[in-house]
Design a protein. Sequence first.
Length: 118
Amino acid sequence: MSEPTLFERIAQGDIPADIVYQDDRVTAFHDIAPQAPVHILVVPNRAIATVHDAQPGDEALLGHLLLTAGAIARDLGLDTSGYRLIVNNGPDAGQEVFHLHVHILAGRALGPIVQPPG
Ligand code: 5GP
């Protein structure tokens, strides 16, 4: 059995976090180092390292993850002002925590999707 990931430990309540939503499949909590006025992470309760580690049997879970992100955004009133969902995968994307997660970023104009080169 592998060590639980950081986000599994948060979902299990072993590491404190400011949780905004939880059910039997996903957990959402505020990012510890917010990059925007709203910065929430939505994670599956069990670890899937990246999108490309997900299996066909994870289809419903991944759909629930995205629907949950949308529901949280709507509950926060972000559906009119807008928000960005980001899923980083691997080194070039700067993925730090290898437990699939959706960033919800909002609360200001977020600028370009990626920094221009140079
Ligand atoms: P990634 O770069 O992997 O897409 O994003 C990982 C995110 O997890 C980062 O935005 C980082 O600030 C956040 N993070 C890392 N450690 C913790 C933690 O212990 N608690 C919370 N709430 N967020 C964390």
